[in-house]
Design a protein around this ligand. Structure first.
Ligand code: C2E
Ligand code: MG
Ligand code: MG
Length: 731
C-alpha cells in the first residue's frame, strides 16, 4: 500500500476525487496524502500517522478549515463549516474565506492573519455571514503551521457561538425579569440561600421588615409566629424539603400583621437545591373579615359569649371527649326570673346592661375550660367540663358551681344609675351518658329549669330520670295534637255568663279536645304544649273562627243577637305579628258584630311587651273588639300599666272566689278588685262562682256579672239555654 494516491495540480480538480480519497483514507488504504498548491507547491501532506487527526477533524463539532498561505483560499474545510456557512462543501474549497466574514470584521481578521510571530495561537470573535444571509457569531482560533520549506499555512477552527449567544441573552433577560418582578411585586418575596440567609428581596419585603434584609438570616429579619404561638422556622421547612403554606403573624410596633408564608425551593439548572424562595402575602384584612364573620356566626353580639350554635358545637366536643376520658360534665340552663318586667319598666338598654353583667358574673364563676353561652333572651347555658368520674361527686361539684352562680347573680346590680336585683332559675343535667345528643341534653336542662321556675324561682333543680318519661309523653302528645288539628278533633264548649238577675248575657268559649283514646281532654293539658310548639297559632285561629261563626249564628236570631262571646287568647298567639290581621279577617264574616266579641288576655301576656300590647289592643279596639283581663289578681300587674291599657273588664280569678267566705284576705282582695275596677271605669266579672253564698258576697261587694258552675258548666252551645231567662230560639 505504498502508493501515492493524489497529487493535484488544481484544487478544484482534486474535489472530483475527494470522496474517493476520503474513503480511501478512512479505510486505511492510503499511507499518505500530499496536497499541492495551485502553483504546484506541495502544501499539505498527510502521512499515515495523521489519519486519526483527519478523522477527528471530519467529526469535530466545530467548523475547521485550512487556508492557503497568505490567508486567501480555503484549501480544506470540514462538513461542519459548510453547515455553518450554509454552503455546499464543494463550493467552499478554493473559495476566498474572507467572502463569508462580515465586512465590519474583515480588518480584524486580516490583522489576525498577519500578526507577527511567534504567537502560535490567536483568537478572535467575529461574525460570519452565511450564504443565505444568516449571521453566525463565531469564535475563530487560528494556528499556524509551518511547512517544511514552503510558506505558512493557516488552520482555523470556527466555533459557532449562536447558541451560546442566545443563552447569554436569555440569562440577561431572565436576570432583568427577575429584578423587575422583585421590584414591582405586590408581595414580599425573599430569596434565601441554603443557610436561609437572604440574598434577594423584593421592595415590599424591604418595607415589611423595615430594614435592609440582604445578607441577614431570614428568622432574624422576620420573627414570625405561628397560630399556636410557636416561632416559624424556615430552616425546618427547608430541611423537610417540601413546598409549604403557613399562616403566621408578625408583630410590628404595636400592630399585628397576618401573613401567608409560602416556601418553595430555589433550584439550579440541574434541579440541584440552592436555597428557597419565600413569599409573604399580607392577609391581615382577610383575617379581620374572617374574624368578623366568626364573631357574627358564633358569638352573641351583646355579651360576646358563644351563641347557641357554638354551644352545640362545644357540647358535642365535650360528649366526644367524655367518651374517651370517662369524666363527667354538666349542663346548666339559667333563666333570669322576671327579666321581662325589668326590660319593660326600665327599658331595653338597662335590660342589655343587666345581661352583660350577668354574662361577666357567670364567666367569673366557672373555670377557664368551661363554656358560658347565651342562648338568646335571658337564657344562658353553662357547660362544666372534667368533673369527677363518680356521678355523685360530679353532681356535688355541679351543685357547688350552681350555688355559686345563684349567689353571684343574686348580688345587686348597678345599671346606669339604677339599683336592680335579679334572680336566676337554674336547671341542671349531668353529662354522664356520652351516647346522648347535644339536643337531648339541652332539652333536659331546659326541663329542669322549668321545674326550678315551678318550685318558686331563684332556685336550682336537677333533671331527674322521671322527667325523661314526661319528655317522651310530651313528644307523643305533640304528634297527637298535630293529628287532632288535621282531623278536626277540637271543639268549643260554652260557659254561660250572667248578670245580677241571673239573665244570660253571653258565654266564654272554652276549648276541648276529643281525643280518640283519652276522650274529652281539658285545655290545661294541651294548651301549654301547643304554645311551646307553636301549634297554638293554627289552633287559636280555629277557635276565633269557630267563635265568630257562633256569633254570626246568634246574630241571625233576635233572642240571641245581644249575646257576647269571650275568647281566650294565648301569649304566643297574641304576640304573632299577624294577630290583628287574623282577628280582622275572622270578623269579616257577614253579620258578626265586633262589639259582641271579647278577647281574654292574661296579665303576664300584657306585660311581656307593653308597647306592642297597647298598639295591638288599640288597633283591635278600633274595630270594636272588647278586652277582659283574665285571672286578675294572680299576676303581678302594676297599676300604672293597668291604666294605660285599653281594657273593658277585669275577671276576678276563681282562686279568690273559691275561699271568699272562708278567707278574710281573699274577701278583702275581691273588694279591692271591685273598687279598683270601678275607679278605672272597668266592668268586673267573677269567675268560678259555685255557690249562692259566693254570689251574694260578690253582689254585696259590687260585682255585677258572674260565671261559674252555679249558673252552668261549660258545655255544647245548646246547653246555654238551660239557664237564665233567654229561651233558645235556635242555636
Ligand atoms: P280560664 O279562661 O280562666 O277559664 C276558666 C276555667 O275555669 C275553665 O276551665 C272553666 O271550665 C273553669 N271553671 C268555670 N267555672 C268554674 C267553677 O265554678 N269552678 C271551677 N272549679 N272551675 C270553673 P277550662 O275550660 O279547663 O279552661 C282552663 C283554661 O284553659 C282557661 O282558663 C283558659 O286559660 C284556657 N283556655 C280554654 N280555652 C282556651 C282557648 O280557646 N284558647 C286559649 N288560649 N286558652 C284556653
Ligand atoms: Mg278565660
Ligand atoms: Mg280565668
Amino acid at each position: 500500500m505504498d502508493k501515492l494516491i493524489a497529487e493535484n495540480q488544481g484544487l478544484r480538480a482534486r474535489l472530483a476525487e475527494a470522496e474517493e480519497t476520503l474513503n480511501a483514507i478512512r479505510n486505511g488504504e492510503v499511507d499518505a496524502l500530499v496536497v499541492s498548491g495551485v502553483n504546484g507547491e506541495q502544501i499539505f501532506t498527510l502521512q499515515g500517522a495523521d489519519y486519526p487527526y483527519r478523522v477527528l477533524i471530519e467529526g469535530m463539532g466545530e467548523g475547521a478549515l485550512i487556508l492557503t498561505a497568505g490567508g486567501g483560499m480555503i484549501f480544506y474545510a470540514n462538513q461542519r463549516l459548510a453547515d455553518m456557512l450554509r454552503t455546499p462543501l464543494e463550493h467552499l474549497i478554493g473559495a476566498t474565506f474572507e467572502h463569508w466574514i462580515a465586512p465590519a470584521d474583515r480588518t480584524a481578521f486580516q490583522a489576525l492573519l498577519h500578526l507577527d510571530q511567534p504567537q502560535p495561537q490567536r483568537r478572535i470573535e467575529l461574525e460570519l455571514v452565511a450564504s443565505d444571509g444568516t449571521v453566525v457569531p463565531c469564535y475563530l482560533s487560528l494556528s499556524l503551521f509551518q511547512m517544511e520549506d514552503v510558506q505558512c499555512s493557516v488552520c482555523l477552527v470556527a466555533t459557532d457561538l449562536t447558541e451560546q449567544k442566545r443563552s447569554e441573552a436569555l440569562v440577561v433577560a431572565a436576570e432583568k425579569l427577575a429584578r423587575s418582578i422583585l421590584e414591582q411585586a405586590a408581595e414580599a418575596i425573599v430569596v434565601c440561600d441554603h443557610s436561609t440567609r437572604i440574598i434577594r428581596a423584593s421592595g415590599v419585603a424591604h418595607v415589611l421588615c423595615g430594614e435592609n434584609p440582604l445578607d441577614q438570616p431570614f428568622e432574624r429579619v422576620f420573627p414570625l409566629q405561628q397560630a399556636d404561638g410557636a416561632p416559624f422556622s424556615l430552616r425546618e421547612i427547608v430541611n423537610a424539603g417540601q413546598r409549604r403554606w403557613v399562616e403566621v403573624r408578625l408583630e410590628r410596633t404595636g400592630s399585628i400583621i397576618y401573613l401567608l408564608v409560602s416556601v418553595g425551593p430555589l433550584v439550579g439548572p440541574q434541579g440541584d437545591p440552592l436555597g428557597s424562595i419565600v413569599t409573604l402575602t399580607d392577609i391581615t384584612q382577610r383575617k379581620a373579615a374572617e374574624d368578623q364573620i366568626e364573631q357574627l356566626a358564633f358569638y352573641d353580639p351583646l355579651t360576646r359569649l358563644p351563641n347557641r350554635r357554638l354551644l352545640q358545637d362545644r357540647l358535642r366536643q365535650v360528649l366526644a371527649a367524655g367518651t374517651r376520658s370517662h369524666r363527667q360534665g354538666a349542663l346548666l340552663f339559667i333563666d333570669l326570673d322576671n327579666f321581662k318586667s325589668l326590660n319593660d319598666t326600665l327599658g331595653h338598654d338597662i335590660g342589655d346592661l343587666l345581661l352583660q353583667q350577668v354574662a361577666q358574673r357567670l364567666i367569673d364563676c366557672v373555670r377557664a375550660g368551661d363554656t358560658v353561652s347565651r342562648q338568646g333572651g335571658d337564657e344562658f347555658v353553662v357547660i362544666l367540663k372534667d368533673l369527677s368520674e363518680q356521678p355523685e361527686e360530679a353532681a356535688a361539684q355541679t351543685q357547688d358551681v350552681g350555688a355559686k352562680i345563684q349567689a353571684a347573680l343574686n348580688q345587686p346590680y348597678r345599671l346606669a344609675g339604677h339599683d336592680c336585683r335579679s334572680t336566676p332559675s337554674i336547671g341542671v343535667t349531668l353529662i354522664t351518658d356520652h351516647q346522648t345528643t347535644a339536643e337531648d341534653l339541652l332539652k333536659r336542662a331546659d326541663l329542669a329549669m322549668y321545674q326550678a321556675k315551678a318550685a318558686g324561682r331563684n332556685t336550682l333543680r336537677f333533671f331527674d330520670p322521671d322527667m325523661q318519661a314526661v319528655l317522651e309523653a310530651r313528644t307523643a302528645l305533640e304528634a297527637q295534637l298535630r293529628d287532632g288539628l288535621r282531623d278536626g278533633q277540637f271543639l268549643l264548649y260554652y260557659q254561660p255568663q250572667v248578670d245580677r238577675e241571673g239573665g244570660l248575657t253571653g258565654a266564654e268559649a272554652l276549648l276541648r279536645w276529643r281525643h280518640p283514646q283519652r276522650g274529652l281532654v281539658a285545655p290545661n293539658e294541651f294548651i301549654p304544649l301547643a304554645e311551646e310548639t307553636g301549634l297554638i297559632l293554627p289552633l287559636g285561629h280555629w277557635v276565633l273562627e269557630t267563635a265568630c261563626a257562633q256569633l254570626a249564628a246568634w246574630a241571625r236570631q233576635p233572642e240571641t243577637a245581644g249575646l257576647t262571646l269571650a275568647v281566650n287568647v294565648s301569649a304566643r298567639q297574641f304576640r304573632h305579628p299577624e294577630f290583628v290581621g287574623q282577628v280582622r279577617a275572622v270578623l269579616g264574616l257577614p253579620s258578626v258584630d265586633p262589639h259582641r266579641l271579647t278577647l281574654e288576655l292574661t296579665e303576664s301576656l300584657l306585660l311581656d311587651d307593653v308597647t306592642d300590647t297597647i298598639a295591638k289592643m288599640t288597633a283591635l279596639k278600633a274595630l270594636g273588639v272588647g278586652f277582659a283581663l283574665d285571672d286578675f289578681g294572680t299576676g303581678y300587674s302594676s297599676l300604672t300599666y293597668l291604666k294605660r291599657l285599653p281594657l273593658d273588664q277585669l275577671k276576678i280569678d276563681q282562686s279568690f272566689v273559691r275561699d271568699v267566705l272562708a278567707d278574710p284576705n281573699d274577701a278583702a282582695i275581691v273588694r279591692i278588685i271591685v273598687a279598683l275596677a270601678r275607679s278605672l271605669n272597668l266592668a268586673v266579672i267573677a269567675e268560678g262562682v259555685e255557690t249562692e253564698g259566693q254570689r251574694t258576697f260578690l253582689l254585696d261587694s259590687g260585682c255585677r256579672d258572674f260565671q261559674g258552675y252555679l249558673f252552668g258548666r261549660p258545655g255544647p252551645v245548646a246547653a246555654l239555654w238551660g239557664i237564665g231567662s233567654a229561651p233558645p230560639a235556635s242555636s
